[in-house]
Every structure is written in C-alpha cells, then in structure tokens.
Design a binder for this molecule. Structure first.
Ligand code: GDP
Length: 506
C-alpha cells in the first residue's frame, strides 16, 4: 500500500440517445485542447485526456452502457466514474434508467450532467426530482450524487463538471502503483494495414515503456511505439493514461488484460497458455447461475445473492414481482433486481446479466434480435413466464433447492407473417415464411409483436398451397391460422414451441 500513489480518474459518459453524450465529450475535449495548446486535432485512439487545475482526467471515447457492460462482462473494470447525461428538456428516459442500473451493478459512482440547460424549456430541477425515483439523489438533498448543470452546445458548466469529476475522484481515493511492471486493460484493438495489430489500452499499474515485453489477451510482443491521445509519440505511459501501442503479435479484444513481463519468454508462454485456456473455456464455457443450480451454487460457492434482470410487457408485473420478492425470506440468499424495464429482452440485458451473474426473467416478453443467441453463447438463463405467481414459486423453490423437474418450453421454430387473408368460415390466415427451425401443426404458438407476446395458443390450420400439412421447415412458405385469434398483422412473428419435461441437472 505504501507504494500506491494517486492516479487520475477514468470516466465513461452514458445517457439516453440524443441527450448530448457526444456533444459533451466534444465540448470537454475542446476545453482540454485549447488549454494544453497541443496545437492539434485530437487523434481518435478510443480515449482522451483533459487537464484542469493541473490534474488529469481520462475519458473513454465510446459513450453508452453497452460498451461499458461488455467490457465488464469480460472482467475488465476500467471506469472509475460514470457521467450520466440527462437532457433538461426531456428528463429521465429508458436508457437513462439502463445507464443507472448498469453503473450500479458495476458499483461505479454517478456524476449527473444535466445538459441542454441553454434551452428555454429546460427544467433541471425536474431532472433532479425524477432521478430520485431511481436512487440517484443530489448531495444538496442529502443524497450521494453530485449534479452539474451544463450546456454542451454553448460550453457552459464544462469546467464545473470537470472539477466535480475530480471531487468525486478524491472521494474514491484512486491509487495505483506507478513504479512496477505495468498492467491494465485493452479498450479496443484493430488491424491496421500499414502498422499491423494496434491496441488502445488504459494503464492500471505503471509505467508502460516502449520496448516492454507485453501480453495482451492471447497476443504478445514488444511495445514498438506508443501514441498518446493527441497522436504524439511517447516513451512512457503512467497509471490511467490511455495509449495506442504497436508491436503485438495479434489483435487483442476489448476488455483483455495486458501485463508487462521481465522476460520475453514468459510473455510468449503466457500468451500461448491463454490461447490454450481460451480454447478449453470455449468448450466448457463458464456457466452463469440458473434457477435450477442456484441452491448448489449457494452451498458450494457461498453464493449469497441472486441477481435478476426483469423485463415485462407492463410495469405492473415488475412491481408485483418486486413486492412478492420483498416478502420472501432472504436470510440465505439476497434477491436483487439489478435492472427492470418494460420491453423485449435485448442483447444489452443479456450482457448485463452475464457481467453480473444474473438470471433474466421475462413476463409476456421474449428475447429480441440476437439476444437469444447471445444468451446461449454466454450461458445466461432466460426464464419467461406468463403468470407472475409461477415465477415467484420458481424463485422460492430454487432458493431452498426444491425446484422440481420443470416443464420447459423448447422453441421449435419461428415464422414471419408476410401477408394476411380473411378466409370465409375459417377466419384470418397468415401467409408466412418459416425463418427458423421447423413448425409442427401440434406445436403451441405465440404471436410476438415488437418483442412482446400478444397471444399464446394453438394452431387452427397449417397449409402449404392447398394441402393441410403436419409441419413446415425453415425456408418454406405456408399459411397458418391460429385458434381463437384473428388479429394477426404483417410483421408479427409466430413462435412455435413445445412443452417438455426436464429433470433437474445435477
Ligand atoms: P448523443 O446521442 O447522446 O450522443 O447526443 P448528441 O451529442 O448527438 O446530441 C443530440 C442533439 O442534441 C444534437 O442535435 C446536439 O446538437 C443537441 N445538443 C447536445 N447538447 C446540447 C445542449 O447543451 N444544448 C442544446 N440546445 N442542444 C444540444
């Protein structure tokens, strides 16, 4: 501990789309550039630095919680402070809430930049009021969060914001060993045609020197050259400095750890070991907790918390679940809802769950886009329910290791509605293209519109041309009727599934 010295804070900017994240970063960078008179266009190396009152702040250039949580899912903790941008004319919006929940799950403090204060309709106090509902409470109201009113457009309040970030950093007492073999995290890597593998990294312990033997993820090499965010060649990088380095054997990934070694051979060996380990891990990928394995994990790994990401078609379901969980005995395992929102299950939800070892619970909603594939890849459990008490029953049973062999839904295929017809005496029939798997006449079916389940039932008919058929495979068109449901629309997704009995694993 005696070797630790103060280091600059590393900051990520988050917030709802169009609330001014990019503008704010630009305004901040502009402040920094004029002040240091670096005489140059800032180079985009993935991070930037500004100096205020002779102190440095590092900013990660990719705003938003997606990149932030993707890094964390890989074990990289780079950000010390989150600046949450909220537009004063718009207030708290869905991605504001996501950003708060992602920051909280990572345990990173939030400084709020109330932006667009130049607008006549701006209402910064309303933003403060609205944020209290999400546990982000101004210090002047007795809370933990520092707030600054800014206008990214007019450059107002930027100095104040930077000073506030430094205050927040002081509270955190950020320190690192500045006199040891360097290590840290890769922010991004790319292959440059002229220069070979290029990586931007943030130094944790330092300093990093040109000529050092480094391992980054599965690649290694000697640092051939180093560029700072202004595009200048440097020979040394200190803790919290972002630099672009050349000389690696391959392109490392965002979130990979890097380390300096005294001996090249050690560096190469470690890189090779990691490559081998990665291949093995790929084969038996780290599994995250599931409701079925919760009890075992509690006894084996002393898992003391069950984290949930809850998505629902209506706010009422989320509240009902939170209520019921609150009444549950939590002496053995604490149940936390780390994020909840109305809407389909997204890729970001899966990333957050992977980073936080959480289970995703959906009410009346389904995974959208690539979320299901990602969940499979990341081994994140998605449990979807149509009835609340069933979810509560499952969680309660899982808690005491009594989750019975469950009936599980297996999705067999899905089809997209391309046209609809009204057939006399039969009702509405959907002209569909089967896009995945195989759909059978006796499967159950869900009608999904924009990721929300709007009907659950069985097929009334399944036809190819004029013939009734038993099943249709991906790549084929067919006509589908749904029993007791006439409101099919073009663009709906029909998800076919079966219910099978699964025994508890292990
Ligand atoms: P992002 O999506 O969060 O990165 O938002 P942008 O930085 O792209 O900003 C979205 C829009 O808001 C742009 O048209 C900006 O010009 C505008 N904007 C950003 N900051 C301010 C501000 O302080 N005042 C005003 N009036 N407009 C702003």
């Amino acid at each position: 501990p005696a070797d630790l010295k103060p280091r600059p804070p590393v900051v990520t900017v988050m917030g709802h789309v169009d609330h001014g994240k990019t503008s704010l970063l630009d305004a901040i960078r502009h402040t920094g550039v004029t002040r240091t008179e670096a005489g140059g266009i800032t180079q985009h190396i993935g991070a930037s630095q500004v100096t205020i009152n002779d102190r440095v702040i590092t900013f990660v250039d990719t705003p938003g919680h997606e990149a932030f949580t993707a890094m964390r899912a890989r074990g990289a903790k780079v950000t010390d402070v989150v600046v949450l941008v909220v537009a004063a004319d718009d207030g708290v919006m869905p991605q504001t809430v996501e950003a708060i929940n992602h920051s909280k799950a990572a345990g990173v403090p939030i400084v709020v930049a109330v932006n667009k204060c130049d607008k006549p309709e701006a209402n910064p106090d309303r933003v403060r009021q609205e944020l209290t509902e999400y546990g982000v409470i101004p210090e002047e109201w007795g809370g933990q969060n520092m707030f600054v009113n800014v206008s990214a457009k007019q450059g107002q309040g930027i100095d104040d914001l930077l000073e506030t970030i430094l205050l927040q950093a002081d509270v955190l007492e950020l320190k690192a060993n500045p006199d040891t073999f360097a290590s840290g995290y890769i922010l991004e890597g790319k292959l440059d045609r002229g220069r070979g593998p290029v990586a931007t990294l943030i130094v944790g312990r330092g300093p990093l020197h040109v000529g050092d033997a480094v391992v980054a993820g599965q690649s290694w090499g000697h640092v051939r050259a180093m560029l700072n965010p202004r595009g200048e060649q440097v020979t040394e990088a200190k803790p919290s400095d972002p630099v672009e380095i050349l000389g690696l054997s391959a392109v490392p990934g965002a979130g990979d750890e890097f380390r300096v070694f005294e001996d090249d051979r050690d560096a190469r060996d470690l890189a090779e070991q990691r490559a081998l380990k990665a291949r093995i891990e790929e084969q038996n990928k780290v599994k995250h907790v599931t409701l079925e394995t919760l009890f075992d994990e509690m006894s084996q790994n002393e898992l003391k918390e069950l984290n949930l990401v809850v998505k629902a078609d209506v706010q009422g379901s989320i509240e009902a679940l939170a209520d019921a969980l609150g009444k549950m005995d939590q002496s053995e395992v604490r149940i936390n809802i780390i994020h909840s929102a109305v809407g389909a299950i997204s890729e970001t939800d899966v990333t957050l769950a992977a980073a936080s070892n959480a289970i995703i619970v959906g009410f009346g909603v389904r995974p959208q886009g690539k979320a299901r594939d990602l969940a499979e890849k990341e081994k994140v459990q998605i449990k979807t329910y149509s009835i609340i008490y069933k979810a509560i029953e499952d969680i309660d049973a899982a808690r005491i290791g009594m989750l019975k062999p469950t009936e599980e839904e297996v999705t067999t295929g899905s089809a997209e509605v391309r046209e609809t017809f009204r057939v006399p005496k039969v009702g509405v029939v959907a002209g569909c293209m089967v896009t995945e798997g195989e759909i059978s006449r006796d499967d159950r079916v869900r009608v999904v519109r924009d990721g929300v389940v709007i009907f659950d039932g069985v097929f009334a008919s399944m036809r190819r041309f004029k013939d009734d058929v038993k099943s249709v495979r991906a790549g084929y068109e067919c006509g589908l009727g749904i029993d007791k449901y006439q409101d099919i629309k073009v663009g709906d997704v029909l998800e076919a599934y079966k219910i099978v009995e699964v025994a508890r694993t292990e």
